[in-house]
Design a protein around this ligand. Structure first.
Ligand code: NFS
Length: 648
């Protein structure tokens, strides 16, 4: 057996994780990696043939004749699986859009003058977003505009009439399609309530009709809640520009107070950064015998403070327990999403304080310090001080920090990519489109999403990143896939040396790295913006489904990932999920909708391909198919244009 594993499966390809799992094994401490090997997975649920929406069941659909079976109420397997799909999407969409709503609330408090610890860092973007909401900006200060934008954004969530404002940011042709199909999203809250209503027992009982609502609800998050989360975060904390940092558990220091920020919303984590950088706090840490304070991030909150403040990321979601296992973390502060209950029993074995902060999420065994924006910095300081005070309780014998980290560059917002390619006065995506058209860049692969304890950590993500860039496919990464890319050394400009000849040449000329970190999971909407901009820029078709691009979540684990996939498909993208197989495969009807009907209707489709090699082949074939359809698959003779040609 290789290092760091109990069974013959490989738990991770990350050497830091392998090292820490060895510590866990030696000390008999259980983590997600262990439970994935010992827990029992329901075979019916794994295929999706289980209905729990009423109390005449639960009804199981198993066996060869499952497609023709009926539940007690008469429900067919197609209805059951589609209903499950809609409900799971509702969970994911709610998480992302509620994140957006929370940021809008912070902006509202700024506008009202009730959150003195926050400022408007990007007034230009504030005005741009005001424009989307048709708010007159003339003669208005930042605070007034913040108030008006926040009110408009919050109203959009609960909109009773008309359609979501951000849906009008999609390419024209896409909008026409949505209108024709009647899937343009209405208010976000209405879409989720509608989805929960129609999936109640005895409601919508037609798989096609149910899956259409999944698209409409998820579009409400993609071209709405999530996109607002990104835009409003940029307004308050700044639109990201590339920053250098380091990644992986080796960023923790054995002679400093280590505090881990984990979760999703930047509202608290930004102030934790301020509190930890306060000279008085650093002096206080020194008075406790530490040399300073080190912050590290986990999951998407890490992405937020990594790309805006340069805070080093300690790892992706499967690293959360491993960070505590180093014995060198004084405090882990968490808010919402992807923060697992298994942290509490691991923290109990060490001196680590686990602190929950969200009104929406507490964990048994953790200390709860509820966060309020109105007293934001005061609370952040209280939490950081709690970590500093805990430094004296660290047990040197428990400390095991793997000496493993990689340099990283992160923070390629859509705005920065335009600037990088054209400079201040000619910022545009033209060089990107041109190089896709001339074939130096074959296409774009968005590698996004999670880790999943059922799969080998990072293996699928890294296998794909490596092979795509070697084959001249530009890669953009977000979420935990971005962490994986960073930990394994792929987030540096020097990586162009490992890219294929065409991509390498473009990267060397423009200074663009071949793998671009675009942020957290709500920032997948930055990718939507880029795709819409590619279409607008011209030469690559008139809608997103014509662009040679794929979206992949190689190690997805949660409902949020499903929701992202669904809004991407509704926007015209080919999406592939890997690692674990489809939870909807029990139904041929739903599998056919995912893989065929959606492509006929939206030009995008969803495939589940567990092995990353299969994902790579399907992606390259798709990119070539799209290049062929655009007529850019064959090298054209180079024509020199004079001024008249150019004007034409
Ligand atoms: Ni995305 Fe961020 Fe990671 Fe997956 Fe969780 S942290 S919102 S869901 S696990 S990428």
């Amino acid at each position: 057996m290789a290092e760091g594993k109990k069974t013959d499966r490989v738990r991770s390809i990350d050497p830091a994780a392998i090292e820490m799992l060895k510590v866990a094994d030696e000390r008999g401490i259980e983590t997600m990696f262990h439970r994935a090997e010992t827990g029992s997975i329901c075979p019916t649920g794994a295929e999706g043939g289980c209905c729990k929406v009423c109390y005449m069941g639960p009804c199981r659909f198993i066996g060869k004749d499952k497609e023709t079976k009926r539940g007690v109420c008469g429900a067919s397997l197609g209805t059951v699986v589609a209903r499950n799909y809609v409900r799971e999407c509702a969970g994911g969409a709610s998480a992302h859009a509620d994140h957006g709503r929370d940021i809008a609330h912070t902006l509202l408090l700024i506008g009202r003058g009730e959150a003195a610890d926050y400022k408007i860092k990007d007034p230009v973007k504030l005005r741009k977003v005001a424009g989307y909401f048709s708010i007159d900006t003339e003669g208005k200060g930042d605070q007034q505009l913040a108030l008006e934008v926040a009110e408009a954004a919050l109203n959009d969530f609960g909109r009773q009439e008309g359609y979501q404002t951000y849906s009008y940011r999609a390419p024209k042709k896409r909008q026409e399609l949505w209108d024709k199909l009647d899937v343009r999203p209405r208010g976000f809250d209405r879409e989720v309530v509608d989805s929960m209503h129609r999936t109640h027992g005895g409601g919508d009982q037609d798989a096609d009709h149910l899956m259409r609502q999944a698209i409409r609800m998820c579009l409400a998050s993609g071209w709405g809640g999530s996109m607002l989360a990104t835009d409003l975060s940029d307004i308050i904390w700044g639109t990201p520009k590339p920053l250098t940092s380091e990644s992986n558990l080796g960023i923790l220091k054995d002679d400093e107070v280590n505090i881990i920020i984990h979760g999703h919303e930047p509202t608290l984590s930004e102030l934790i950064v301020d509190a930890a950088q306060d000279p008085e706090m650093i002096e206080y840490a020194k008075s406790k015998g530490a040399k300073g304070i080190t912050l590290g991030g986990i999951c998407c909150t890490a992405n937020e403070v990594w790309m805006r403040r340069g805070v080093p990321p300690a790892g992706n979601s499967l690293h959360q327990e491993l960070a505590i296992l180093t014995g060198a973390v004084e405090l882990m502060v968490v808010d919402i999403q992807c923060v697992f209950e298994g942290l509490a029993p691991v923290a109990e074995q060490f001196h680590t304080h686990l602190v929950t902060t969200s009104k929406k999420a507490t964990i048994t065994g953790a200390t709860h310090i509820e966060f309020e924006e109105e007293r934001g910095l005061e609370i952040a300081k209280q939490i950081v001080k709690m970590g500093v005070d805990n430094y004296v309780n660290r047990k040197p014998a428990d400390v095991h920090i793997p000496d493993i980290k990689s340099p990283v560059v992160a923070g390629f917002s859509h705005e920065y990519i335009r600037y990088m390619l054209g400079g201040t006065f000619r910022e545009s995506l033209v060089p990107l489109n041109d190089n896709i058209i001339n074939g130096k860049i074959q296409g774009v692969a968005a590698i996004v999403g999670c880790n999943n304890a059922q799969t080998t950590q990072d293996e699928g993500i890294i296998g794909l990143v490596k092979n795509f860039i070697e084959n001249d496919v530009l890669v953009v990464v977000t979420g935990c896939a971005a962490h994986a890319s960073g930990k394994h050394g792929y987030l540096t400009p020097e990586m162009f040396e490992h890219a294929g000849p065409g991509l390498s040449e473009v990267c060397e000329t423009t200074g663009m790295p071949p793998v671009l970190h675009m942020g957290s999971c709500v920032d997948n909407t930055r990718i939507l913006t880029i795709l819409a901009d590619i279409v607008e820029t011209g030469g690559l078709g008139d809608d997103i489904d014509q662009v040679p691009a794929v979206g992949i979540s190689p190690e997805y684990y949660c409902e949020k990932a499903l929701e992202i996939a669904t809004y991407c498909v509704g926007s015209g993208a080919y999406v592939i999920f890997g690692g674990v197989d489809s939870r909807y495969r029990a139904s041929e009807v739903v599998t056919n909708i995912h893989g065929n009907k959606w492509e006929e209707i939206y030009g995008g489709k969803l495939h589940f391909i567990p092995e990353w090699q299969g994902i790579f082949e399907a992606s390259m074939a798709h990119i070539q198919k799209k290049r062929e359809a655009l007529g850019i698959n064959v090298e054209k003779e180079r024509v020199l244009f004079d001024m008249a040609d150019r004007r034409a």
